[in-house]
Design a protein around this ligand. Sequence first.
Ligand code: KG4
Ligand code: ZN
Length: 365
Amino acid sequence: MLCLGIETSCDETALALVEDGVLVASVLASQAKMHALFGGVVPELASREHYRYVGPLFDELMARSGKTAAAIDLVAVARGPGLLGSLLVGVAFAKGLALGLGARFLGVNHLHAHLLAAGLEGELSFPALGVLVSGGHTHLCRMESPWKFVDIGRTLDDAAGEAFDKLGKILGLPYPAGRAIDALAREGVADPGLFPRPYLDNDNLDFSFSGLKTAAAAHVARNPVLSPPLSGPLCEKAESGAADNMQTLRDCCASFSLAVVDTLCAKARRALDRNSDLKTLVLAGGVAANSLLRQRMGDLMRERGGTACIPPAHLCTDNAAMIAYAGWLLGREGFSHPLSMETIPRGRKVPDDMVRQATPGRRVS
Ligand code: KG4
Ligand code: ZN
């Protein structure tokens, strides 16, 4: 089965083809540089860019893959959660394509697709603990199967990626700052006492990262060398003490990363203690690209005799391979959607409304 995946939920326009569980080709146009000018994603601009790129990217994908559009059995698209205008571009394109090609159509939960992406590197075993850490979400869930996810913990305010991005803003680093903070942290020395491990002193599996931003702002206020523009691109140009200032910046990033990672690992450990049947941990979302988090989640599972499935960094951030793979997994089980399927914006739960056919045909009407 050949599945086309389309991802337009935020600021990446991406398309990919997966055939029989294997990635055939993928293309991606990132809008990150444009939105960095505004310090965050501007929804109206994002949807216009998706509209501009989705058609040409489809042509490029088909040319690169050597496949014909007529060979596509299933068109899978990220249906939410995400920016509504952006999602609508991808979903409308996918519906038109499915209709034109006579292919099956399926809306994929963007968050579930992040967690299933690790399967592209080797089939996942279920049940598993899903740890989804992105710019908009921080979730712990029981992954019962590729189509059954049960939330067991979530952030009450900021997502883990948001915490990194807010520190980046305080330090004057370009948005999104997670990757740059990670790179700086690798050269720094973490002080475990510098920032709090928020919201651990309780009995639940939820997170609260908003206090970390306040702690980071207070730390920067006490250490003016960390204030922009010294921590930004002008850092190298500072006339005196530039090397010391740079090291202070690296140490701050290392301490902050350690605080976020310690907190995520503590709740993941608690979730595993309470769900003793879960022997596999799947790490996903943009923050799963974080080097310390990858190492510490790997250590956690090794210590428990389990397995950590952590996709390579390019499969952690938004991409279409994860949508095409999730679509292929679900399509293989006979799932699809009618063309009346709704698009789900950020903040609304994605409904479990797939239709299952006993013998998957090419189309559902
Ligand atoms: O999943 P994603 O690409 O987009 C959504 O939010 O859906 O995640 C983006 C988030 C941003 O907050 C970014 O700063 C963060 O992932 N991020 C990282 C790293 N790479 C990306 N955070 C920490 N360390 C990284 N290496
Ligand atoms: Zn995402």
